[in-house]
Design a protein around this ligand. Structure first.
Ligand code: HPA
Length: 236
């Protein structure tokens, strides 16, 4: 048991899917995984371990934002020896041609948060996905004919920022979307030498104002989840 997780040693698999929304984590565990068992309900931040095509996989809610994600990623890595963390989340797109429901693989992330600096004690390090995992996911996507966009994302501390037009430079630079977790996940993974990757479903387009409902956000993304799970099954 760690401070925020009730799991006993061995209850959590080596590979954990993490979702900001704990209800999404529970939805994945109960609809996609088999024989899933709940190991955490503290703060309603559900964690389950189950199986996909025989492979043991956990799925854990993290809450929204870098501080909350950092708590769960820290405990999963340091207290439960988790070796691979795959964020399955949502983002706001900042490219016109990205539609609701599109899938994004975050090959890198940058941020306005200071958490990464604190973790690296001010050293600048690459903030990128595990390339091997990313490449294998892209291969699986090609095999399954699942379209994915691959590129950088911005992890922000503020969902409601006073400058509503702050995207312009990043849109021009080809940044795909905005979310609130990936940069700290990639930083922690680099420091602890574990594997990490983020797959995002476009839940809103910040430029057009289009957005999915909360219910759709919780339920959608099955294609993306299956893409990740099929990749994991193909690895070992
Ligand atoms: N901003 C930040 N994070 C998000 C968004 C957004 O528009 N959509 C989903 N996660």
């Amino acid at each position: 048991m760690s401070l925020h997780l009730a799991a006993k040693p061995g209850d959590i698999a080596d590979t954990v899917l993490i979702a900001g929304d704990p209800l999404r984590a529970r939805h994945i565990a109960t609809t996609v995984l088999e024989k899933s068992v709940c190991y955490n309900e503290i703060r309603g931040m559900f964690g389950f371990t189950g199986f996909y095509k025989g492979k043991r996989i956990s799925v854990q809610g993290t809450g929204m934002g870098i501080p909350s994600t950092a708590i769960y990623a820290h405990e999963l890595i340091n207290e439960y020896d988790v070796k691979r963390l795959i964020r399955v989340g949502t983002c706001g797109a900042i490219q016109k041609d990205l539609s609701l429901g599109d899938l994004i693989l975050a090959e890198s992330a940058f941020t306005d948060s200071n958490a990464g600096n604190m973790l690296t004690k001010g050293k600048i390090i690459p903030v990128a996905a595990d390339y091997d995992l990313l490449a294998k996911t892209m291969l699986t996507a090609a095999k399954l004919a699942v379209p994915v966009h691959v590129g950088s994302v911005f992890s922000t501390d503020l969902f409601y920022h006073p400058d509503r037009d702050r995207w312009k430079t990043w849109t021009e630079r080809g940044v795909l979307g905005v979310e609130m977790e990936t940069s700290v996940l990639y930083t922690m993974a680099a420091l602890k030498k574990v594997s990490a990757m983020t797959l995002l479903v476009v839940s809103d387009n910040i430029l057009s104002g289009a957005a999915l409902s909360a219910v759709d956000r919780e339920k959608m993304g099955r294609t993306g989840i299956e893409l990740v799970l099929e990749t994991l099954v193909s690895i070992e």
